[in-house]
Design a protein around this ligand. Structure first.
Ligand code: SF4
Length: 108
């Protein structure tokens, strides 16, 4: 075996190790966010402006349909199991899976 193929093999092994480490870090980052991020304050100006509520059942906005929740909104970044999760509208905060706001868009 030539030195050239050994170098390529080493680069390939290094790439695979780094890729595996990167993939393993993704869920850890998500968990760290979920545990560390604050929940949206329902009384904050943004939440009030968007009529956000942790409990969608408390929403009186006529725009909301009864099957609309954060967990089935395009902007919810949590998993199906998460009670709370990140939302791209409320950057750096968590929203309730059973919440709702007027920005709701059906998950694709
Ligand atoms: Fe919930 Fe979607 Fe509004 Fe975010 S944009 S708060 S996920 S309804």
């Amino acid at each position: 075996m030539s030195n050239k193929s050994n170098g390529a093999g080493e680069r390939r092994r290094r790439f695979l190790r780094m890729s595996a480490a990167g993939l393993a870090a993704v869920p850890i980052g998500r968990v760290a966010f979920a545990q560390g991020a604050e929940k949206v304050d329902e009384n904050s100006p943004t939440a009030k402006a968007l009529d956000y509520h942790h409990d969608a059942a408390a929403v009186t906005n006529p725009k909301r349909k009864k099957d609309q929740f954060c967990h089935n909104c395009q902007f919810f970044q949590g998993t199906a199991k998460d009670q709370w999760g990140p939302c791209t509208v409320f950057q750096g905060k968590q929203v309730a899976a059973n919440g709702w706001c007027s920005t709701w868009v059906a998950k694709a």
